[in-house]
Design a protein around this ligand. Structure first.
Ligand code: CA
Length: 530
């Protein structure tokens, strides 16, 4: 294996003033490591007990474990939904998403990884991308050297074995070869598109991609790369069918309606079953390139395709929630609404809004802080809000816990997720997570701990808003960039060495995190380890 240079990042060797940064996690770190292979958690015994009793009471009433429904939007910005300060104010009202937030728990420090594949794989494994090898999106032309899923234990696998029906509707983007598709890695059923919208529209939109679409020779060469443009329907251990092919921008525009209709139909089927379900609904929108559904063009006040896409996603959220209500499922279903990363500013104006610095592709808040809404009628107190740190990987452990399958979490590998059941369900719940870590490929970039955030490397655009296509990874220089996000939410002004004791605790946390890779080495699947 390549030298593990990331294990001793330069910042650890730095000194600020005359004080060496040798302090390990401690100081104001409230977390406790109980077992070597699990991320340390803040003990919350009292809220755990209250919530355990609440869940036991519900199970007595329903006679089954709760259902789990995730609604994952692609590339939606923190500032897009109305309940996060966007909505009507930025030209696309989101009444259904806002209603979900009012009726449940709105998280204001909910974190994803900085791009699609890393987040999507992390929430299904409870493991950081550098551990699974899924360090960046799989793109046309990529040749993987190893199936990353071969030796991963996925959430749908655990839940299936715990008696759940498991379904993924929509975008996958975590490998489309045999052995890597959703129904190969644990889901009972898959209905969706393997790739992101942009991967598909490259071959159907002559206005944006004329050099490819209108040039026969190039187009043939592109087709040989074999990126799927089809709506696929697959079954675990069974057949995989092509339902339809996206042949036009109108077809692309209709995709989310087709997916939402399928999810609604399946929810009605699940309601008749005596088994609980886990359904991950992944929208194609609002990832560029957005094309309006012919019936929804101009749905938003803004009329721009991106804004129409936000409004359409909101419409589908409303329809899916209505189906849950009509089928009497609301009281026994944890719903979690989120986005897999921040807005992709490179595609502006087909891009979302974040009030924070940076965007998709960076580990500044704009790239990683996303909307996060937990809703469960009767179990989550309406109108709750919390700024405690929540990592989307925690959804893995939380779902496993709700299914009563804690023993199925593997012990031979490092698990970065933390069970947050009692945080989400207690009327005054506090997070069990002390810190979240942010990576860019094999680069350990930053750590958020309480309201503090330290960067040891940063992604800097070399042209305005080009956070992916024209950006570089830079070392921060003499001292880590240390922000108090409460007084500099846009990460503009560091508190620097004036707060050295605090800085030492956060960097100590980061160093302890890096050290976990000594015993649990990263996995190389050919997506790049440099
Ligand atoms: Ca994404």
């Amino acid at each position: 294996m390549k030298t593990l240079r990331f294990l001793v990042p330069t910042f650890v060797l730095l000194t600020i003033g005359m004080t060496p940064l040798t302090v390990l996690a401690g100081g104001f770190d409230r977390s406790v490591r109980t077992v070597e292979h699990m991320e340390p958690a803040i003990p919350r015994p009292e809220q755990d007990a209250v919530v355990a009793a609440k869940l036991a009471e519900l199970e007595k009433k329903t006679g089954r474990k709760p259902n789990i429904l995730w609604l994952v939007v692609d590339d939606m910005g923190y500032g897009d939904p109305g309940c996060y300060g966007g909505g009507m104010a930025v030209g696309a009202a989101t009444p259904h998403i806002d209603r979900l937030a009012r009726g449940g728990l709105r998280l204001t420090s909910c974190y994803a990884q900085q791009t699609c594949t890393p987040t999507r794989s992390a929430i299904l494994t409870g493991r950081l991308p550098f551990r699974t090898g899924l360090t960046r999106p799989i793109l046309a032309g990529d040749k993987l050297t190893k199936n990353p899923w071969e030796d991963e234990i996925s959430l749908p696998k655990i839940l299936s074995e715990a008696g759940y029906k498991t379904l993924l509707t929509g975008k996958w983007h975590v490998g489309e070869g045999v052995g890597m598709r959703p129904h190969d890695v644990g889901f009972d059923e898959y209905y969706g598109y393997y790739a992101a919208q942009k991967e598909i529209s490259q071959s159907i939109d002559p206005r944006r991609y004329p050099d490819l679409v209108l040039d026969e020779e190039k187009f043939e060469a592109y087709k040989e790369l074999g990126m799927g443009h089809s709506l696929m329907h697959g079954f675990k251990g069974g057949r995989t069918e092509e339902v339809s092919v996206v042949k036009s921008t109108e077809d692309m525009g209709r995709a989310d309606q087709v997916l939402a209709d399928f999810t609604v139909q399946k929810l009605r089927e699940f309601a008749k079953s005596d088994k609980p379900f886990f359904l991950e609904h992944c929208f194609m929108k609002v990832h560029c390139d957005n094309f309006a559904h012919p019936e929804h063009q101009g749905l938003s006040a803004s009329k721009y395709p991106y804004k129409d896409a936000v409004a359409e996603v909101d419409l589908h959220v409303g329809n899916i929630m209505q189906a849950l209500e009509e089928e009497g499922l609301l009281e026994n279903t944890l719903v979690f609404f989120t986005s897999d990363n921040g807005p992709q500013m490179d595609a502006w104006p087909d891009a979302g809004y974040t009030p924070f610095r940076g965007a998709k592709g960076t580990t500044f808040e704009g790239g990683i802080r996303v909307p996060g809404i937990a809703y469960w009628k009767g179990m989550i107190r309406p109108g709750r809000e919390s700024d405690d740190v929540f990592d989307l990987m925690d959804l893995f452990n939380t779902a496993v816990h709700l299914a009563g399958a804690d023993d199925a979490i593997p012990t031979d590998r490092y698990i970065d997720g933390i069970d947050q059941t009692s945080y989400l369900l207690h009327d005054a719940g506090r997070s069990s997570r002390e810190a979240a870590y942010f990576w860019w490929g094999s680069h350990l970039m930053a750590c958020r701990m309480r309201e503090y955030k330290v960067h040891v490397q940063v992604v800097l655009p070399q042209a305005t808003h080009m956070h992916i296509d024209m950006a570089t990874i830079e070392n921060v220089g003499l001292a880590p960039w240390f922000f108090n996000l409460y007084i500099s939410p846009k990460e503009e002004m560091t508190v620097g060495h004036r707060r050295n004791a605090w800085l030492a605790t956060v960097t100590g946390k980061l160093k302890a995190h890096a050290a976990t890779f000594k015993k649990y080495p990263p996995k190389d699947i050919g997506l790049g380890m440099d």
